[in-house]
Design a protein around this ligand. Structure first.
Ligand SMILES: [Zn+2]
Length: 411
């Protein structure tokens, strides 16, 4: 029987009722926190799982040129530290007891600098090996990672050898960190066990992380089986190979009735006469089905968040990692707002909108928030959740806006 609103509010932990102006209360055992960290330089999502296990998805650190800066938001909190340093400090503030152990899991969705860090010769060297402190390597310099999953370990050759300078730097970091105990695995599509709870898994039997998609291989929806949606490379010429974004890894976090979907920069590459198999984003969304919260893939860029993706996911909230004047684009935003694609309310949260975009795309004024860390706090058991926007201009974790509580919907 559904709870009355009064009973629903009474059942929430006090922390879920924190108000704007207050400091975000610390994570408590049983809660699920999803921190979409706003550095203005790339994606990073810190997940504090119900038993205290930690997972970070991506650690972007782009280094825009003077010409590119016109299109970017400022770096947050400021440029006195590199994005990877800010991310490590953010994580350390929120990890509590787990701090000494570092991060339990790290998922790198794909090999782009706004997700793993950008190589530049002028960056400082690691004290551990022959690589620069960019993105994830910078984060790991001060916050050890125990278990790393990416889409291409160990040979980094799909669909073609991954040899760009930023990827080479990442690979050297991986090689060096493995010698110091890092465990690395290739993303196992369909798996329900690659990101296990480390501390008290039996206490939270209704929490799970399902590996949905990577390299065009998609979970079937049954058991742990998967199928390949991309054709064999032998049937393609290199110019028709899947793009790096199309190869992104995606996961679904489920906690009781609560569902969250995050698939990096998965996109629809089938426009302009390209073959239908390049629309991997829609195929994946149809397997995932309705969720409470969806990350808008590829920052809501022009090749993402298409009508059928929105219709399949039907989220109560979209979260967009944004920092560029094209995040999100008009078509993606129209899809997210469309009541034709699904009825019912929805809120859209962006981590850092370029102010000019608010003028050029008028419907940007319908976003629930456009600046700050977007922190989803799911109550113990997963029945309800709230969204807190916290300051990204400093390290105070001060709440600037609060949304919800929302009830999780049974899929
Ligand atoms: Zn990206």
């Amino acid at each position: 029987m559904p709870l009355s609103r009064r009973a629903f509010l009474a059942a929430l932990p006090a922390a879920a009722l924190a108000q704007p102006g207050e400091i975000l209360p610390p994570w408590q055992p049983g809660q699920l926190d999803l921190h979409h960290i706003s550095t203005g330089r790339g994606n990073a999502t810190l997940c504090l799982l119900p038993d205290g296990t930690t997972l970070m998805i991506d650690a972007g650190a782009q280094r825009p040129t003077a010409a590119q800066r016109v299109y970017y938001v400022p770096a947050y909190p400021d440029e006195s530290r590199r994005p990877g340093e800010w991310l490590a400090r953010y994580a350390q503030r929120h990890l509590g007891r787990a701090q000494l152990e570092g991060l339990d899991h790290f998922l790198l969705t794909h090999f782009h600098s706004d997700h793993m860090g950008e190589f530049e010769a002028g960056l400082p060297n690691s004290r551990h090996g022959a690589y620069k402190l960019a993105g994830i390597a910078d984060l790991a310099e001060s916050l050890p990672i125990r278990h790393l999953v990416d889409r291409a370990w160990p040979d980094y050759s799909y669909p073609a050898p991954l040899t760009a300078p930023s990827t080479r730097n990442y690979r050297e970091f991986v090689r060096s960190a493995m010698a110091r105990g890092l465990k690395v695995e290739a993303f196992a599509t369909g798996s329900l066990s690659q990101f296990p709870l480390r501390h008290a898994p039996t206490r939270y039997p209704r929490f799970e992380i399902r590996n949905i998609v990577a390299n065009g291989r998609l979970w079937s929806g049954e058991g742990t089986t998967a199928r390949d949606l991309f054709p064999p490379l032998s049937s393609l010429t290199p110019k028709d190979y899947p793009s790096e974004n199309m190869c992104s890894a995606g996961i679904r976090l489920r906690y009781g009735a609560f569902d969250y979907y995050h698939a990096g920069d998965l996109c629809d590459g089938s426009s302009y006469g390209q073959p239908a198999w390049k629309d991997i984003e829609t195929a994946a969304a149809k397997i995932v089905g309705p969720v409470d919260i969806a990350l808008a893939s590829h920052h809501g860029y022009i090749d993402s968040t298409g009508p059928e993706v929105v219709r399949a996911l039907k989220p109560r909230a979209f979260i967009i990692h944004t920092w560029d004047s094209a995040h999100p684009t008009m078509p993606a935003l129209h899809n997210m707002l469309s009541k034709e694609l699904y009825s019912g309310p929805r809120d859209i949260f962006a981590t850092a909108l370029k102010p000019e975009a608010l003028v050029t795309i008028r419907r940007m004024n319908q976003l629930a928030s456009s600046l700050g860390h977007v922190v989803v706090r799911v109550a113990a058991g997963g029945e309800s959740w709230s969204v807190f926007i916290t300051s990204n201009s400093d390290e105070s974790d001060r709440i600037t806006a609060r949304f919800g509580p929302y009830r999780s919907s049974e899929a």
